[in-house]
Every structure is written in structure tokens, then in C-alpha cells.
Design a protein. Structure first.
Length: 408
């Protein structure tokens, strides 16, 4: 009887944000995915909420950890040895873990794969967005621009530390020693602006979601579209309602359901009252399971984002439900939509064009089918596992590791 191939053990590294977000979900999903396929998946995590319990000396030590954390270095090396780790897969490192995790792994002769969820390596606020507009000054002019605008947590001191840490590790060529996962090709092209990163070390692998239990036929759906997200200017909520006012006044018959809360909520309510819009419903916070069910009952998901985004999971969730996506032609979100195939795109600054795009849903059955096909080919757990193993294998081979992961 042939002995089953032992899968390489992986150490997942993540600094949890104070407010839970999509990255936390991705870490949990990838851990489950690895374990389902027979891998030992250990965790090394810190939580930003730890900072609130620190004394002054601990906070200073923690801030210096952005340069190099002795604690991280020692604990990660110990975890690698104790768990017989073959590869370290890093997600978020700031502010508590820091770049020391890379050196700990390399000291143990273990390759590192870094998932790039945002633009932090190029932009201290990680967004390429400030003061209401897209900003790439730190890439084009230098990281000193971030200090001027207090881009990291709104603090000049913390921004200085972030910039100095980034400059130090660029000088040490820390980032040239890693393998990277970007979630889209758009992200890959942005990351390669950091010239020390070899292009062959950067692979594209999107996130994945589990499919819904049932899919509602497109012809049987409610005559409605849905927005799911934070009510924030950078998400395009104002542009959406301005477009909807045009659509409703032109005789459009669909309903718009808005799910989410945020700083623009009061403005939204006042705008609906002032413009006397009758076909818009503000539902507030909606749990993910209910939001996905709502997507599956709707004609489209609308994503009028005004920034590059990271990897909008709602797009993949919509595809899994055979729901077309109406999206601005900007950044990662726009790059995920094939116009007329999986959804429809419009210029990010045009409420008029968005209003006109809504009318394209009258004949969108084939687009619904295209969205589902794209999900099945690219965004399932099994497709994701195959992509992940190819990336791990490449990283391990390059580091001199002889055993290769299999997809068994």
C-alpha cells in the first residue's frame, strides 16, 4: 500500500486589526483550507488590542518593533522548530509583529510567502488614497510625502517611524528575499514599482469564498439591486445616490437596497429626504449570511468605489450567486469585472454614466451566467488550493527545499 505524501507544515502569521476585517477572514479560511488537505497549519498571531493594555515602556518597545522585534524573532524561530515548519506564510505584520518575522524564518532556512492585502509597502496609509482623492505621491516623489500628510494613523510621529522602518528594510533589501501573493494583477503591477522585488517572486492568487446552497434563477429575482459596504465617501456612496436620483426620475423601476453603516449615514438619510427618493431602502448593518442571501435575490451588486480597493470579497460572493456586478472602472474592483461578461463598468467620477448603466440590467441573463462561470473557474476553494500549492512549491524549490507540496 502506497504511503500518503506528507504535506508540508505551514506557519500562518497575522497581526489582527482592532476592528475585524477581511484579512482576518482570509487567514481563517486559508488555515481551514490547508488543514482540510492534510497540512499542519500553526498560527503565530498578535492583536492590536494588546496596545491598549501596555505601559509606556512597552509601547516604546512595541513601536521599535516596527524596525526589528526581538520578541517576534525569538518566538517565530521557536514556533518553526517546535512545529517542524516548512514554509512561513505572512499576512499582516503591523504594528506588533514587524519585519523580524522574515529574518526569523530565513535564519531557520524556511521560505517566506507574503500575501499583499494592501499597498503598505509603497504607501504608509496602505490605501493610495487621502483627502478625498487617489494619491500615489509616495511612489512617485518619495516616502517623505507621507510624513507631511500624517498618513499612518493620522500621527506624524507614527508616520515617521513607519517611513523609517520601510526605508531601512528597503536598504537592507529585506523585501527582495520574500515570495509574494498579490490578489490581482493590478496589485502585482503596483508592487513591482518596488524595483528590488524580482518579478518572478510575485504570483497572483485571489481570495476564495464557499458557494451558496442554492442559486436563484435570474428571471425569478426581485426587481432590485443592492449595495453592501461601509457608508463612506471613498466607497462612492454619494455618487451612488446621485446616480439613483437620476435613474428614479427617468422612470427606472428597480429598488435600491443599501446595507451598511458609516460616517455618511446621516448625509444619506438627508439626501433621500431632500430628493424625495422613494425606491431606496437603508437597512443598516446586515450580517454576512443575510447580505449574501440578499445578493442572490437581486439583479446586481453595485460597487461605486472611488479608490483602488484591496480585494472586494463582495464581488466574488456576488459571482458565486450568479449575480452581475456594476462597478466603477477603478483599481482592483474594476480589474475583476469583464464588462458585459460578469458585470458592467462605468467611469468612477460619473453619476450620469452609472444611472445609464443600470438600464443594462434589462437583458443581463447571460451576464449572470458569466459571473457564475468565472466564480467556478477562479474563485472556489479547490481552485485556490491548487494555486496556493503552486506558489508554495516555487518558494520551497527556490529556497533549496527538496520536498514539494502535492495537491492530494
Amino acid at each position: 500500500m502506497q504511503q500518503a505524501t506528507k504535506q508540508p507544515a505551514v506557519l500562518l502569521v497575522h497581526d489582527y486589526y482592532q476592528v475585524p476585517g477581511g484579512e482576518d477572514v482570509v487567514v481563517a479560511n486559508e488555515k481551514h483550507l490547508l488543514e482540510t488537505h492534510g497540512h499542519a497549519a500553526a498560527l503565530y498571531v498578535r492583536r492590536n488590542e494588546e496596545i491598549s493594555r501596555m505601559g509606556a515602556l512597552e509601547k516604546i518597545r512595541s513601536a521599535l518593533g516596527m524596525f526589528f522585534s526581538i520578541r517576534t524573532y525569538r518566538e517565530v524561530r521557536r514556533s518553526i522548530r517546535e512545529n517542524r515548519i516548512s514554509l512561513v506564510h505572512v499576512h499582516n505584520t503591523l504594528p506588533l509583529i514587524g519585519p523580524a518575522v522574515y529574518y526569523a524564518a530565513l535564519r531557520e532556512s524556511v521560505p517566506v510567502v507574503q500575501t499583499v492585502h494592501n499597498f503598505r509597502l509603497l504607501c504608509p496609509n496602505a490605501l493610495f488614497y487621502r483627502d478625498g482623492h487617489i494619491c500615489e505621491d509616495c511612489t512617485k516623489k518619495g516616502l517623505h510625502c507621507a510624513v507631511k500628510h500624517r498618513c499612518y494613523r493620522g500621527s506624524r510621529l507614527q508616520t515617521v517611524l513607519c517611513v523609517l522602518s520601510t526605508r531601512l528594510h528597503r536598504a537592507l533589501k529585506t523585501y527582495s528575499r520574500l515570495h509574494y501573493i498579490t490578489l490581482t494583477d493590478f496589485n502585482r503591477q503596483k508592487l513591482l514599482a518596488l524595483k528590488q522585488i524580482p518579478p518572478e517572486n510575485v504570483s497572483v492568487k485571489p481570495n476564495f469564498v464557499e458557494p451558496p446552497e442554492t442559486i436563484v434563477p435570474y428571471a425569478a429575482r426581485e426587481n432590485q439591486v443592492v449595495y453592501i459596504g461601509r457608508l463612506d465617501a471613498l466607497k462612492g456612496i454619494r455618487l451612488l445616490l446621485e446616480a439613483w436620483a437620476r435613474y428614479e426620475r427617468s422612470g427606472g423601476g428597480m429598488k435600491l437596497i443599501i446595507c451598511g453603516t458609516g460616517p455618511e449615514e446621516t448625509w444619506c438619510r438627508e439626501y433621500l429626504t431632500r430628493e424625495k427618493l422613494k425606491q431606496v431602502e437603508l437597512r443598516g448593518f446586515v450580517p454576512n449570511s443575510a447580505a449574501r442571501a440578499l445578493m442572490g435575490q437581486s439583479k446586481a451588486l453595485i460597487l461605486p468605489t472611488q479608490w483602488y480597493e484591496g480585494f472586494p470579497m463582495t464581488i466574488v460572493e456576488a459571482f458565486s450567486a450568479a449575480t452581475p456586478v456594476i462597478c466603477s472602472d477603478l483599481g482592483n474592483a474594476g480589474s475583476l469585472i469583464s464588462d458585459g461578461v460578469t458585470g458592467f463598468k462605468f467611469p468612477a467620477d460619473s453619476a450620469e454614466q452609472l444611472a445609464q448603466t443600470l438600464n443594462r440590467l434589462q437583458h443581463a441573463e447571460s451576464v449572470s451566467e458569466g459571473a457564475l462561470k468565472t466564480y467556478q473557474e477562479n474563485f472556489t476553494a479547490e481552485a485556490n488550493y491548487r494555486q496556493l500549492m503552486a506558489i508554495y512549491s516555487k518558494a520551497m524549490q527556490k529556497s533549496g527545499e527538496r520536498s514539494e507540496p502535492s495537491c492530494g
